[in-house]
Design a protein around this ligand. Sequence first.
Ligand SMILES: [Zn+2]
Length: 285
Amino acid sequence: MLVDTHSHLDFPEFEGEIDAIIKRAAQAGVTRIITIGTSVESSRRAVALAERHSSIFAAVGIHPGSAMEAEPDALDRLRELARSPRVVAIGETGLDYYRLPSSRTIHNRVEALANEDTADVQAAIEDGAVKSAQAAIFQGQLDLAAELRLNVVIHQRGDCLQDTLDLLAPFQGKLRAVFHCFGASPETAAMLISLGHLVSFTGIVTFKNAEIVQACAASVPDGSYMVETDCPYLAPVPHRGKRCEPAFTRQTAEKIAVLRNQTLERIAETTTAAAEGFFRFPLRG
Ligand SMILES: [Zn+2]
C-alpha cells in the first residue's frame, strides 16, 4: 500500500472527479493521499476534502509563491484550520528563489534594455521584498508547526537551500521537514537526512534525463524518503506531460524499486512507514 504524500486535489483540474480519482488510486495500491494547501483558501478546500473522504488527509500552508498575497491574519486562519484532526502537517511552505522579479526582468530584457540600469536596481529591490515576505511567512509557519507539534512540508526551489536551513535551524529537535520534489545531489540528501529530515520523490525520477534524482533515490536509506505525485503536475512516464493524479504514485515507486534493486512491496513498506512516522495519521477522525 502506497501513500501519495503530496498532491493538490483542491486544484480546478480535479473538480468533480475526486471519487473517481480515489478509486483509481486504490486500484493502483495508493490507499492514502495527502492534499497540500498552497494558500489559506486552498488549505480550507484541502481540509474540506479530507473531512469528506477517509483516504484523504490535509496539510495546511502558504506556498512561497503566495507569500506576497498573504493577508496579515493568514497564520491565524491556518491555526484554526489545523484544529481539524484530518490535518497531518503544515505546508507547503519554504522559499522559492527560482522565479524572482529579477529573473522576470531578464525575460523581459527587450523592454528593459532602454533603461537597463534602472530596471536592474528596481528588480534587486523587488527581489529583496519577495525574499523577506517569503522568509516571514515561512518562519511564521515553522512557529505554528512547533506550537501544534506538526511536521512541515517544504518547498525549496532555486538557490535558497542555505537560507532554508538557517530558518529551520532553531527548530532542530522540535519538528522535522520533508523536502518535497527533491532534486538536489545525493550529498545534500544525506546532509538533510542526518539532520532528521526526509526527502520525497515525484515522477521526475522516471524521466530519462533525471540522473541526479535517480542517483539520490538509489542511495538514500530505507525510511528516509517518501513518494509523491505533486499532481496535477509532474506525471511520471508513461503519462509524462499529461495531467498527473495520485494513482501514478505507483509508477514512481516502481521506478524506485528498479533503481534500488528492491521489490515494489519493499518500497511500499518503507515509504509508507516513513509517511506514518512523519504525518502520524489519525486512526479515524
Ligand atoms: Zn506542491
